[in-house]
Design a protein around this ligand. Sequence first.
Ligand SMILES: Nc1ncnc2c1ncn2[C@@H]1O[C@H](COP(=O)(O)OP(=O)(O)OP(=O)(O)O)[C@@H](O)[C@H]1O
Length: 187
Amino acid sequence: MDPNLTAPADPFAVQLRGVWLRLGREVILRGVDLDLPAGSGVTLLGENGAGKTTLLRLMAGALRPTRGEGRLFGYALNDARAVRDQIHLMPVDAALYPDLSCQENLEFALQMYGYGPQRRQEAGAALRRVGLERAAQRRVRYLSAGMRKRLALARASLLACPLTLLDEPFANLDAAGRQLTLELLGG
Ligand SMILES: Nc1ncnc2c1ncn2[C@@H]1O[C@H](COP(=O)(O)OP(=O)(O)OP(=O)(O)O)[C@@H](O)[C@H]1O
């Protein structure tokens, strides 16, 4: 382990050192160094195909660096349990279950993060916050793209993980939805 990386429980949400990533024949990330202080909000900008989604997936533990190393709140990035406990990644397609209702999607997410039935009652309030109370029992497959994004935001705010990664958080949202995103996730 690189001694320049600080010890567990340090104030950095993410630290990357010399991270390279190859996917197939293509090298997508070339020597990325990154320090993201805990509690900060950071926007990643870059042209199409630059590697933003890939970098988010790497930080969420879904991809392993080909070379280099990273830490998440001081834990090694390849510590699957730490990553699971600390991170929520909202991917660009929202990753919802189409045959579950809005309410069921939120309850299931809470269950997956180990919350008991008491916490699950908060799903209704979260749906109200994003304007989906009337669609609570509707299956996700019948929602519009913007409604899906709102549901994914409700899930992210409900889980309130130490690190929330949002891929294209404003896509498909109207002006009120974009404002809501900033309010819910502290942008
Ligand atoms: N599973 C994969 N296998 C091979 N190459 C991939 C894979 N996923 C992404 N890539 C390639 O990695 C590069 C970066 O893709 P990525 O989705 O990270 O870009 P991005 O910055 O998020 O782009 P956009 O702004 O268009 O969403 C692209 O050249 C893409 O073709």
